[in-house]
Design a protein. Structure first.
Length: 253
């Protein structure tokens, strides 16, 4: 955990700048964490004890600039305070260090594997995740876990994060109309959670299947009714024929 050495009087989030005014270098820096957040909004829709922020400043000292990751997750915090939402994430107000931080490496290298790794390690972030689709000889995804105060690189894709109850990994898929490698959340068995668009498609297909089954059941019921009607007509015809012969069907033994 971060050892605070803070002034006595501390500014609130509303009094601190809510942006470092540094533009993102690549659209993927917004889309990749945006997809992870979109999945969580459905997956954890009933939970109000988490925050996944994108390009939001993390203040750890009032006299120092914030750290601004591409995305981060905090657990055990209020989802939102009011309709204005958070302008930034202030550690002395929240009292919870983010458990997960994501950096997406852009064309302009920003010290994700060096300086930022040291910063998040000192801050006490449990999982520091770096994604770079431009790497050729090394994995695109690196998951570092804080163990005894030092980051240790975790093996695998996806990587299970037990403290979060989710796995993180990457694979090819389609999001925002773009087919490429994306980052996703996974369950403990390594099964990928669906994106919102995939969930809508799945629910639509399920509804269509239910409609088809209902139509098939209705057709079968109609066919049974028709067969019953034909059988009744045959009985009536036979009864008329028997009457013509002077035979009462009710007296047939």
């Amino acid at each position: 955990m971060l050892e605070y050495n803070l002034p006595r009087y501390l500014p609130s989030a509303e009094e601190l700048p809510d942006s470092d005014e540094t533009p993102v270098d690549n659209e993927l820096q917004e889309l990749i964490p945006g997809l992870l957040k979109a999945i969580l909004l459905i997956l954890w829709s009933e939970r109000m004890d988490w925050l996944f922020a994108i390009d939001m400043g993390i203040y750890y000292h009032p006299d120092k600039p914030p750290i601004v990751p591409d995305g981060f997750l905090s657990l055990g915090v209020e989802r939102f305070y009011d309709e204005e939402l958070r302008p930034s994430y202030v550690l002395w107000d929240e009292n919870v260090v983010p458990i997960f931080v994501l950096e997406v490496v852009s064309q302009n290298y920003r010290k994700e594997y060096t300086t930022k790794l040291d910063e998040y390690e000192a801050l006490g972030v449990l999982y520091y995740v770096i994604y770079s689709s431009r790497r050729r000889r090394k994995p695109h995804l690196e998951v570092h876990k804080l163990v005894n105060g030092k980051y240790e690189l975790q093996e695998g894709n996806p990587v299970w994060l037990p403290e979060i109850g989710l796995g993180i990994g990457c694979e090819r898929g389609n999001y925002s109309g773009v087919t490429r490698e994306w980052m996703y959340w996974y369950d403990e068995q390594g099964q990928r959670y669906l994106t919102p668009a995939e969930q809508i498609k799945q629910e639509t297909q399920r509804a269509q299947q239910e409609t088809q089954r209902a139509q098939q059941e209705a057709q079968r019921a109609q066919q049974e009714a028709q067969r019953a009607e034909v059988a009744e007509q045959r009985v009536q015809q036979l009864t008329e024929q028997l009457r013509a012969l002077g035979i009462d069907r009710d007296n047939l033994g």
